[in-house]
Ligand binder design. Structure first.
Ligand code: BTN
Length: 281
C-alpha cells in the first residue's frame, strides 16, 4: 500500500494503555515511530518472562513480514501494525490455532467498530467485499520442547487510500469500504478486548471446540470451490468448514473407472495457500 498523506494522528502508547478494556492484553504498549517489524521486536521481548500480553505497536514498518515469506507493506499513519506477546503454557503443537482465534477477534472487532460486514478467509485473512483488509502472522519460539512465546502479528489496512498496482485488485482498507476515517485506537481496544476473551476460551481446552461454529459462520470460503497449494501438491475441492483443530475440511472428487469417489481432505494451516477458483476468494 502506498499512502501519500503525510498528516495523520499519531498513536500514543499511554493513551492506548489507558483506554484498554482488558485485564492483561495491551495493558502495556510499546510504541515505535518506525521499526523493521513489530513481530521481530515482540519475539525479542518474548524471551524474557513477565511480558505476557505486551503489545508492540508501530506507526510504520520498514521490513514488515507476511505469511509464506512475503513482504507486508506498512506505510506510516494509515494502518495498525501490531504484535501481541503471549507467554502461555499451551503445547507448541497447538499454537498455530491461535491464528484462527485471532482471526475471530479481529473480525469481531472490525464489525463492531465499523459496522462493515467482514469475513474470514481461512486460515487468517480478513476480507471485505472480496478484498483483504487484514493479515495475521503467528510466530513462536520454543526452549527444550516448551513454548517460550507466541507472537501474534496483525496488519490492518485502516485509513490508507492508495494501493500499488500489484495490490489494488486484492487489497482494501476500512476507510475505503466505509467511506470515513476509522479511529485506530478504538479499533485496537476492541480487538484486544475480543482477543483476550477468545484466548481465555481457547486456553481452557487448547482446541477451537467452542469457536468452530462462529468461525464457520464467518468463513468466506465455506461452500465454495477452493484451490489448495501445498509444498508438493495442488488440488481443488469444496471447502466445508473447519474442525476443532482449525484444519480446513475440503471435499474432493475423483473419477475412477467411471465411478465418482468423494473424500474429505484435512488441510492443516501452515505452508499452504488457498485461493478461490475464480479469484482471490
Ligand atoms: C499475511 O497476511 O501475510 C500476514 C501479514 C502480517 C502483517 C503484520 S503487521 C504487524 C506484524 N509485523 C510484521 O512484520 N508482520 C505482522
Amino acid at each position: 500500500m502506498n499512502d501519500e498523506r503525510t498528516e495523520y494522528k499519531r498513536l500514543d502508547s499511554s493513551f492506548v494503555e489507558k483506554r484498554m478494556l482488558t485485564g492483561c492484553f495491551g495493558k502495556k504498549v510499546l510504541y515505535y515511530e518506525e521499526v523493521d517489524s513489530t513481530n521481530t521486536v515482540a519475539k525479542q521481548l518474548g524471551r524474557y518472562p513477565g511480558n505476557h500480553g505486551v503489545l508492540v505497536l508501530a506507526e510504520r514498518q520498514n521490513a514488515g513480514r507476511g505469511r509464506l515469506g512475503r513482504n507486508w507493506s506498512s506505510p506510516g499513519g494509515s494502518g495498525i501494525w501490531m504484535s501481541l506477546v503471549l507467554q502461555s503454557g499451551i503445547l507448541p503443537a497447538n499454537a498455530s490455532m491461535l491464528t484462527l482465534v485471532t482471526a475471530l477477534a479481529v473480525n469481531r472487532g472490525i464489525r463492531e467498530e465499523t459496522g462493515l460486514e467482514s469475513f474470514i478467509k481461512w486460515p487468517n485473512d480478513i476480507i471485505i467485499n472480496g478484498k483483504k483488509v487484514c493479515g495475521i502472522l503467528t510466530e513462536m519460539s520454543t526452549v527444550s520442547d516448551k513454548l517460550e512465546c507466541v507472537v501474534i502479528g496483525m496488519g490492518i489496512n485502516v485509513n490508507g487510500e492508495y494501493f500499488s498496482e500489484e495490490l489494488k485488485s486484492r487489497a482494501t482498507s476500512l476507510r475505503m469500504e466505509c467511506r470515513k476515517e476509522v479511529d485506530r485506537v478504538n479499533l485496537i481496544v476492541n480487538i484486544m478486548k475480543y482477543m483476550e476473551y477468545y484466548y481465555e476460551v481457547f486456553e481452557r481446552t487448547e482446541t477451537l471446540k467452542y469457536m468452530v461454529d462462529e468461525y464457520n459462520k464467518f468463513l468466506i470460503n465455506r461452500n465454495l470451490q477452493v484451490r489448495i497449494r501445498e509444498a508438493d501438491s495442488e488440488y481443488t475441492g469444496l471447502a466445508l468448514g473447519i474442525n476443532e483443530t482449525g484444519a480446513l475440511l475440503v471435499e474432493t472428487e475423483e473419477i475412477n473407472q467411471g465411478l465418482k469417489n468423494t473424500s474429505v481432505k484435512t488441510v492443516m494451516s501452515g505452508e499452504v495457500s488457498v485461493r478461490g477458483i475464480l479469484g482471490y476468494v
